[in-house]
Design a protein around this ligand. Structure first.
Ligand code: M6R
Length: 615
């Protein structure tokens, strides 16, 4: 959602803030703004639109000073506009605040503040928080030690909802205060300088040291250093962590878009997901981060996977993997549903939450609900140090490297690969012999090479994308392992091209969807040579009989599919349980090239944000 960057040090803040915002723009890009403090007071600049609009305004009116806060917005309360952009100031105009999250009781607080004489200039919940903190600040005697920190604490005690904030005040010109509850905030520790940011990609160019703040933490930074206190406890502990990636990992390199770069990074990402996790000696997977011994793992008789969007689709593929290979019943559920329904979980159920960012509000809510009920919850996350990773009882890191493109790509294939490792681990504790385990390992190890083979077809996929780019609707079909891939393919197509697309289990065609088939509605059919190949062929015939164009994903050399499909994308030969990792990649490329053909903003599609940190 929104992105925060704040700086206190010896350098000019403005260029650092703008560069940090560019790094965080994938979190929100409706509008942006910054406030800088110097001897002359507080200076605020805000602009609707992309960061470029703010940078252009800053070129004309530069803000000088070495303490500043900045923000890139994804609108919740109030339309994207200059006046709704952050920072917001208090009644005195001396305090400025940026905020990520939602102040749920903002309406009642606003009403009270209005009766006390405050006037508001925006439609946002954030402006209410700025006024509230400012109000507390004004009520404290001028010589109160840590006056801004105290005002922030007093105000936050009145607030319901979620926040990651950064605040500065003209009367405390060397102080930067940050706080979080439910929305991420990281402290970057540099040499003679400190940063606050929504995630480490904004600060990794300046430091490799960070403190991932916890809910209810307040961090106060001044020219001498920082301290962390807590809204709920007498004292707050903190840990300085090493940031696990470098600036170059978060750059586009020679690629025109992050999405394309991340698609092409998949051989390496999958290699990272399996590195050190396959034991040839024991013919099983080694996943020490689960924090469960063999006896505990053997005691599990049901698995529940909960996540959102792409991560849920990976879970749907994971369900097939674990059920087929390990014979443990698996259920998948939207995190947004799971957190509010009263799902029965017995003591032998293991809950997995899956999240690239590790900050998705619904997934975090599901994790907390399951843990509140006393269940063991394991996380599958990419972002090291993210809230979900920290609050889980254990889990598996993806190690896919930063994923900046709003459309998830390498995180999907990494998540599916991790489910394959889990299936192997659970399977070897139950029904799989050592030789069966060995065979699975050998197949998983082929993945990076097989992915390379699919990627080499990108020009062919580009030509197919150009051919169908004018379609207004597309259907995606797959069965068993390929059903989750069909869902994911359709999500990719709609989110970056804005073409309506839906994924279905192929046999559902006859139960309603067939009414949509006509010569202008292409069907993307994932039809590798697997146990349901013949069934899929019948469904393809039914579509062709109604003049529906078919883009088929078929196993190399499958002449039966080639004879009937309008266009074929070839998949290398592979066993069914690793095929989803391979077959999802041409669908990513198909969406990517379609979006490029339609001149869409691939990395920042309309209305979307990379990390959905509000409900
Ligand atoms: O960071 P998460 O994996 O928790 O994100 C979940 C979804 O918001 C995310 O996968 C979303 O659906 C992507 N835009 C899909 O490309």
């Amino acid at each position: 959602m929104c992105g925060i960057v704040a700086y206190l040090g010896e350098k000019e803040a403005q260029p650092l803030l703008l560069e940090g915002l560019r790094r965080l723009e994938y979190r929100g890009y409706d509008s942006s703004g910054m406030a800088v403090l110097n001897g002359g007071g507080l200076h605020v600049l805000k602009k609707v639109g992309r960061i470029q609009a703010l940078a252009a305004a800053a070129e004309i009116t530069p803000l000088h000073g070495s303490l500043g806060i900045s923000h890139t917005r994804w609108a919740t309360h109030g339309e994207p506009s200059d006046r709704n952009a952050h920072p917001h100031v208090d009644a005195t105009g001396k305090l400025a605040l940026v905020h990520n999250g939602v102040i749920e009781n903002y309406a009642s607080l606003k009403k009270r503040l209005i009766t006390e004489g405050h006037t508001f200039t925006s439609d946002t919940d954030t402006e209410v928080l700025a006024h509230l903190i400012g109000d507390h600040f004004q009520k404290l005697p001028a010589n109160t030690p840590s006056r801004l920190e105290r005002a922030v604490m007093a105000a936050l005690r009145e607030v319901q909802g979620t926040y990651g904030i950064a605040v500065i005040h003209q009367d405390e010109p060397g102080v930067l205060v940050g706080a979080r509850r439910g929305s991420p905030l990281v402290l970057g520790i540099g040499v003679g300088e400190h940063f606050l940011a929504s995630d480490v990609s904004a600060v990794v160019a300046y430091t490799q040291k960070a403190v991932y703040l916890n809910d209810y933490d307040i961090v106060t930074i001044d020219r001498n250093g920082f301290r962390v206190s807590s809204l709920t406890k007498q004292s707050a502990g903190f840990e300085i962590s090493a940031i696990d990636f470098h600036q170059a990992d978060a750059d586009k390199g020679e690629f025109p878009h992050y999405m394309l770069k991340e698609i092409f990074e998949q051989p390496q990402a999958i290699q990272n997901a399996i590195r050190g996790r396959l034991s040839h000696e024991d013919s099983t997977a080694v996943l020490g981060g689960l924090n469960m011994d063999a006896k505990e793992l053997r005691g599990i008789d049901r698995i529940l996977v909960t996540a959102c969007g792409t991560a849920l689709h990976a879970g749907i593929v994971g369900e097939h993997l674990i059920e087929s290979i390990a014979q443990i019943p698996v259920e998948t559920d939207f995190a947004s549903e799971f957190r509010y329904r009263n799902c029965p979980i017995d003591r032998r159920t293991l809950v997995f939450v899956v999240s690239q960012s590790g900050e998705t509000a619904d997934t975090l809510g599901a994790l907390r609900e399951a843990r509140r009920k006393g269940f063991r919850v394991l996380g599958i996350c990419n972002n090291v140090g993210s809230t979900i990773a920290r609050e889980s009882d254990g889990g598996v890191y993806m190690h896919a490297g930063p994923e900046i493109g709003v459309a998830a790509t390498k995180s999907f294939t990494s998540q599916v690969t991790i489910f394959a490792l889990l299936a192997l681990l659970f399977g070897r504790m139950r029904y799989l012999s050592a030789s069966q385990g060995r065979e699975i390992i050998e197949n998983i190890e082929k993945l990076p090479t097989l992915i390379g083979q699919v990627l080499s077809q990108s020009e062919r996929i580009k030509a197919i994308a150009n051919k169908y780019a004018k379609s207004s609707s597309m259907l995606y079909f797959g069965r068993l392992y390929q059903y989750g891939v069909a869902l994911e393919g359709a999500l990719k197509m709609k989110e970056i091209t804005y073409i309506h697309a839906e994924g279905y289990p192929a046999a559902e065609l006859k139960h309603g969807i067939i009414a949509l088939i006509d010569k202008n509605t292409p069907s993307v059919f994932i039809c590798p040579q697997d146990s349901v190949h013949d069934k899929n062929m019948s469904t393809i015939q039914e579509i062709k009989a109604r003049k529906g164009p078919i883009i088929a994903l078929a196993t190399e050399g499958d002449t039966s599919v080639e004879a009937i499909a309008d266009d074929v994308i070839w998949l290398p030969k592979a066993v069914d349980y690793i095929m989803p990792v391979i077959s999802s990649i041409p669908l990513q490329l198909l969406s990517y090239y379609t979006a490029v053909a339609l001149n869409r903003d691939v990395d920042k599609p309309r209305n979307l944000a990379k990390s959905v940190t509000v409900e």
